[in-house]
Write a protein that binds this ligand. Structure first.
Ligand SMILES: [Mg+2]
Length: 366
């Protein structure tokens, strides 16, 4: 059945029945506003991210359930980047009246499931009709008063750290663009692949479609006072490092041989004639955390389990040097800004490689 057959108010009731009753709000769906009581001694964190069909996703490559998970996940990642705890969400949806009702059901099930992983419930939102599908999630989080980790706190001499490994999301997008599809956890490819490459493609597409927000890691870093500055890697290491340095008024050098590149990303890059380093630097949407710290490296490493690695990739320097990548051959290249929604040219995060292929496109949170 199409949405137009039941109309807006019945659709709202249907969405309400999919979502659980909020456990910690004064008021959820049904009144003019939702109401929430802030936890004493905390600052509120507010973030929003809009996913637009044809710009941020293509419906052919992502199921509505995964789209719901991703829409929630990218916002959770921004709360993680402040060292915060997510609390509750509002969801705005613009969708065609000709869309099937089941699409909306699945979308909200995805939003619910990803939120539930971090005790976040959808407590309100808005609906409108549009020929272009758009999903906007607004997330409210909390952090101990005065303890939000900003982008602006990095100081010369501090090490630059990254959680996890990079490049898998961009490699997954490369595979999707090559016609690979993930259906019911099985990979379909339009060409022959070995068993190991098939598994790499499955992992990379999964990572692209369902990011893993580093909430626990961000919380631990903030509560221990380890991170002086932090950002989540949504646009790509090259670009997001530039953002952090600009806000902190510092320069940075990172080293090629220290950048943790995901194994699946490396395998896919080789198959499609790409440089793994390019996926790691420019790919975007890895949603790992980049932070700076003056702490002893052993003490930082001791905070992380084997499940989520942490790697020192370089150092913060005095202002005026810019952001640089030292290559293994001893040369250095300048890192500049990355993908920009409102510029027509493709991203050119590495100035010596103006044309990147298979790059992820990301909305910028600002
Ligand atoms: Mg962010």
């Amino acid at each position: 059945m199409k949405i137009s057959a039941i109309g807006e108010f019945a659709l709202i009731e249907r969405i309400r029945s999919i979502l659980p009753r909020p456990h910690d709000t004064l008021l959820g769906i049904g009144d003019d506003c939702a109401a929430l009581r802030p936890t004493a001694g905390t600052d509120l964190l507010l973030t929003t991210d809009l996913l637009v069909e044809g710009v941020d996703f293509t419906p052919q490559t992502i199921t509505p359930f995964r789209l719901g998970r991703k829409a929630m996940g990218v916002n959770l990642s921004d709360i993680a980047a402040m060292g915060g705890m997510p609390r509750t969400a509002l969801v705005t949806l613009a969708i065609s009246p000709d869309e099937e009702i089941e699409f909306v059901d699945e979308l909200y099930r995805g939003l619910r499931e990803e939120g539930a992983r971090f005790a976040v419930e959808v407590i309100g939102g808005d609906l409108s009709a549009s020929s272009t599908l758009m999903i906007g999630v607004t997330l409210v989080g909390e952090v101990e008063a005065g303890r939000a980790v900003r982008r602006s706190g990095a100081k010369p001499g501090e090490r630059i750290w990254i959680t996890g490994r990079l490049g898998a999301s961009a490699a997954g997008l490369t595979a999707l663009r090559a016609g690979c599809r993930l259906r019911d956890d099985q990979i379909e490819t339009p060409f022959e692949v070995s068993g190991s490459l098939r598994e790499a493609i499955r992992q990379a597409i999964e990572r692209h479609l369902c990011p893993i927000p580093r909430i626990r890691e961000g919380r631990a870093l903030a509560q221990a006072g380890v991170a002086s500055a932090m950002i989540d890697l949504s646009d790509g290491l090259a670009s997001d490092l530039v953002h952090l340095c600009r806000e902190s008024g510092v320069s940075a050098t990172i080293r090629e041989d220290q950048i943790p590149i995901d194994q699946a990303a490396s395998a896919i890059a080789r198959r499609f004639g790409q440089e793994p380093l390019t996926l790691a630097l420019q790919g975007g949407e890895d949603f790992e955390l980049l932070f700076t710290s003056s702490w002893d490296p052993a003490d930082v490493a001791a905070m992380f389990s084997d499940a989520v690695t942490v790697t020192a990739v370089g150092e913060i320097q005095e202002a005026g040097l810019g952001c640089r990548l030292e290559r293994q051959d001893g040369t250095a290249i300048a890192l500049t800004g990355g993908y920009n929604h409102f510029r027509r040219t493709e991203r050119s995060a590495i100035s010596t490689q103006p044309t990147a292929t298979g790059v992820a496109r990301r909305a910028t949170s600002y």
